[in-house]
Design a protein around this ligand. Sequence first.
Ligand code: C2O
Ligand code: CU
Length: 457
Amino acid sequence: MMSTRRAFLATSTAVIFLPKISLAQTPIILRASVGMQHIGPEGFPDTEIWRYDGNVPGPAIRVKQGERITREFLNELPQGSSVHWHGIRIDNKMDGVVGLTQDAVPTGDTFLYNFVAPDAGTYWYHPHNRTWEQMARGLYGPIIVEEATPPEIDRDEVFLIDDWRLTREGEIEESFGPSMDWSHGGRSGNWVTINGRAPTDHRVQHNERLRLRLVNVSNARIYSLALTGLEGWIIALDGQPLEAPVQMEHLVLAPAQRADLILDVTAAGGEDGALTMQNGDDVYTLARFRVAGTVRPVRMAMPDALAPNPVPALGNLETAKSVDLHMEGGAMGRMQGAMLDGQMKTMQELVENDLFWAFNGTAGMPKEPLLTAKLGETVRIKIINDTSFPHAMHLHGFHFRTIAKDNSQGPLRDTILVERGEVTEIAFVADNLGDWLLHCHMLEHTAAGMLTWLKVI
Ligand code: C2O
Ligand code: CU
């Protein structure tokens, strides 16, 4: 103290060189609670939902690339919860995974999340405790990390697409425990919302350019999406820019996946455009775009690719550490049994423990990680889907690329749909220390055994 003071006095008379102390800032609170909202079809009563900050979806968290996000999570739900920041390459302690990176935040308690968002793009947040129930009740919100040089657009919209299972009374159907859903395709709803509301109309102008950020926040539904009256490109998947924009024809969006679209309204004034989903033979309108007037006489030029995020390039794939992830179980599967807590169990015994699926012969979270990687090492995981269902595999903490047989690399993703019978190989650079979850994002499948973890040391 004295020596600092003396040094200060000796070197300066008028200018103060001491660092400024910022007044202690109270962090922004993110409050999860129970409430009512009109989410159902017209004429339905309000539905009791769980939400962040009084609304489904929760507030959009918008920062510039490289900025810090600080939120004090306040849990006013009737059960423990946490927040996972899906797709953010985050400090492991902030990943929000109950049972791996933190304990559940009890009712009435708080947890301070504080991390940097290194990548621009579209991300989202949701609980990571009893996720199959908490997300189905409405807990999710978007994270927008803005590019240093964003593309030229007229309007930026986020669509969080959810399906709800509602009763005729407009209540959330409460069958959250283990059920047929857990051994089949997961919980699918009977009512689809965009941003927690019934599909609505959007007023647009001819030749207007939209950036549409689509996020599949459903428990288990895979959407097959298409457009009419709007034309454009996919510019990013799971937050990460594509090397070149890809003409948007039709888009499959698995649970947790995102797509950033740049779309021009090509329908003429007085006409309608639409975002549609195909369900079996039926086509439903998720958003109707009513065109009135013209914003410019001709369409804008094709957009440039977005600048890449600072994700490290893959190292030598020939010498990379490589493991298999054999997925089995579920209805119509061949699994006879699997390990549980270090003991071999029959299928019947697994079912008694509400487990229906296994990774590499272990049902549920294994004691040992799928693999241990050294910091900076390139890792390959061959995912073998030996089940009768598709699975949306999500890796925490990293974006990976699919690796084809000839070693050619696909775009960066954090969630990949692996069709039944399919083998998909992924690779990534393990450049982030800690324990990272790898699981199926069909949330009933996670609950029923489809999860494992990796360790980076
Ligand atoms: Cu979207 Cu394990 O999370
Ligand atoms: Cu699955």
